[in-house]
Unconditional design. Sequence first.
Length: 354
Amino acid sequence: MTQKALVVGATGITGSALIQQLLQEGWEVYGLARNPAALPAGVHGVSADLRDAQATRAALADLQPTHVFITTWSRQANEAENIRVNAAMVRHLLDALQPAASVQHVALVTGLKHYLGPFEAYAQGALPQTPFREEQPRLPIENFYYAQEDEVFTAAARDGFSWSVHRPHTVIGAAVGNAMNMGTTLAVHASLCKRSGRPFYFPGSLAQWNGLTDMTDARQLARQLVWATQTPAAANQAFNIVNGDVFRWSWMWGRIADWFGIEAAPFTGELRPLERQMADDAALWVQLAIEQGLAEPDIHRLVSPWHTDADLGRPVEVMTDMSKSRRLGFLDYQPSDDAFFDLFATLRAQRLIP
């Protein structure tokens, strides 16, 4: 039987990498996105607003996927709205697919806010011990990741499909218009520092500068997503997913600076958030885009300094344990510095950075 994938959030960082992995492995791929015309050759585009239950049913009426990968979310003004909107999106999607009874497995991508808390209470209060492990209980606080999971669990019990939940650390990969994009944000920041001559300051905390951390290459996440659909023992399980190495930003910051041919400014322990550093960069980026013939002159479609500040400003050391999926046979590995360098090379090849 042909494996037919529906990738929800197909043009995002995770969705784009997943589609490439699925195509390489010979899957029939459908991509649900706001702009399906941007999908690569070989992918069947689907346009639907998951916030609208009736429109979602209409858009998916003739689709019979065997596997569904949910890689999208919609950022709202507060956590109560995050829960309401994002839970409804998952519910509308799975309700729309129920009549065909074709779905065998649903994979949901969430992240480390499962352990660290939602944006409104991020890395505050009593947190689980690091490295984070999947068996650690939910925090006693409302979280839209939990709401998304519960929608998947409810539909799985009703419809009889298996599920997997995948919890990456910060995802490094290429996508334009993404709400959480540290790699491209740092690339644009470094490019502007080079152009203007201003110091390339690390924006984060002393804890992040000195502490161990890890990252998730979007390609590594994509490989685990597909692996979980093909591994019976992975059914109905949650998995952390990171590259497999650890590093300190005190080392990585200089590596990134070297790639762009600039010098990393000394770190003094002072917080220098990117939202503040980049607050007036829109006009400078337009100038640079014109000078260099770049493809995207709107800096706001490339950067998400608020999200990078949240990650790099954390007052605690953050890293995850990968033993659970490794015990089941997922042994892929990706050096994190290469993840950044590969992304920067891709952005340059796409004329998104000079």
